[in-house]
Design a protein around this ligand. Structure first.
Ligand code: CP
Ligand code: NVA
Length: 306
């Protein structure tokens, strides 16, 4: 079977858990000096239409550490940038490589590539989802705090791609999620409704960040203006000000709460320097875990799940 990773909702609880468990094993093995070769002889093409530091380098490092090779292509330097159809691009690239890792704007782009690709397509961020990131975030939560279903997990800020993928993760993995977003900046309503209907624990959207963060074990924040929303950045600065994660908002969370930020962070906007660099922040462990989770994702999508 050709396993694409486009959105977390497409997977079962067992399958998402398998990615998390496998990443933890691969991380431990790498720390113990084991050299993995599961992807020897395999190649991926990374097709990126938006900038990236972590996702690009962690996927590339993951592939090399597993014995494989990477071809990176920025979309605007490819024939896509001159209008070559996605369906032709997908069918051609699938003749050369074993998986496509794609960062783009519309979710429909990764869906169309997946429809026409004979090899797995992995979503490395769209406007709607950031599924691989949320898997590394949950891996970090498990390492730091244990079973997510026993925790109060919150999302403070924009109902963006990250929020949508957290919502799907909560629904599939069966943990509760409390979001606080300003009016007009809700997560995707279809995704939220489906997750609320299917999730085993409540997924709640509030307006008040203080109420949402009350006694939280895990606090998630992200930028107020995502890639592609640069024109709205000034307006968003004013709207989101009450949602800034600063020491006084964080004081409402549990004493030993952890703070997650997928990075890049805009200090003194969505998070203060004090909080990002403070004792609650696990943002850099979270960034490291992207590489470990990407190894599991590449192994399972290319070689098949064991
Ligand atoms: N967190 C994340 O996806 O970062 P990059 O945009 O640097 O890849
Ligand atoms: N929501 C952010 C995430 C960046 C990793 C964006 O899409 O720009």
């Amino acid at each position: 079977m050709n396993t694409h990773l486009l959105a977390l909702q497409d997977f079962s609880q067992t399958q998402l858990q398998a990615f998390l468990d496998r990443a933890a094993v691969l991380k431990k093995e790498a720390q113990n000096g084991l050299r993995h070769q599961q992807l020897a002889g395999k190649k991926i093409c990374m097709l990126f239409e938006k900038p990236s530091t972590r996702t690009r380098v962690s996927f590339e490092a993951a592939m090399y550490e597993m014995g494989g090779q990477v071809i990176f292509m920025s979309a605007k330097e490819s024939q896509l940038g001159r209008g070559e159809p996605l369906k032709d691009t997908a069918r051609v690239l699938a003749r050369y490589v074993d998986a496509l890792v794609v960062r783009t704007f519309g979710q429909e782009v990764v869906e169309e590539l997946a429809h026409f690709s004979a090899v797995p397509v992995i979503n490395a961020l769209t406007d709607l989802h950031h599924p691989c990131q949320i898997l590394s975030d949950i891996m970090t939560v498990i390492e730091q705090k244990g079973d997510p279903s026993e925790l109060k997990i919150t999302w403070i800020g924009d109902g963006n791609n990250m929020a949508n993928s957290w919502i799907q993760a909560a629904s599939v993995l069966g943990f509760s999620l409390t979001l606080a977003c300003p009016t007009g900046y809700d997560p995707d309503p279809t995704i939220l409704k489906a997750a609320q209907q299917q999730g085993k624990q409540p997924i709640t959207l509030l307006r008040d960040p203080q109420k949402a963060i009350q006694d939280a074990d895990v606090v998630n924040v992200d930028v107020w203006a995502s890639m592609g929303q640069e024109d709205e950045a000034k307006k968003r600065l004013a709207v989101f000000q009450p949602y800034q994660l600063n020491a006084s908002l964080l004081a409402h969370a549990a004493d030993n709460a952890i703070v997650l930020h997928c990075l890049p962070a805009h200090r003194e906007e969505e998070i203060t320097e004090e909080v990002l660099e403070g004792p609650h922040s696990v943002a850099f462990d979270q960034a490291e875990n992207k590489m470990h989770i990407h190894k599991a994702i590449l192994e399972y999508t290319i070689n098949g799940m064991v």
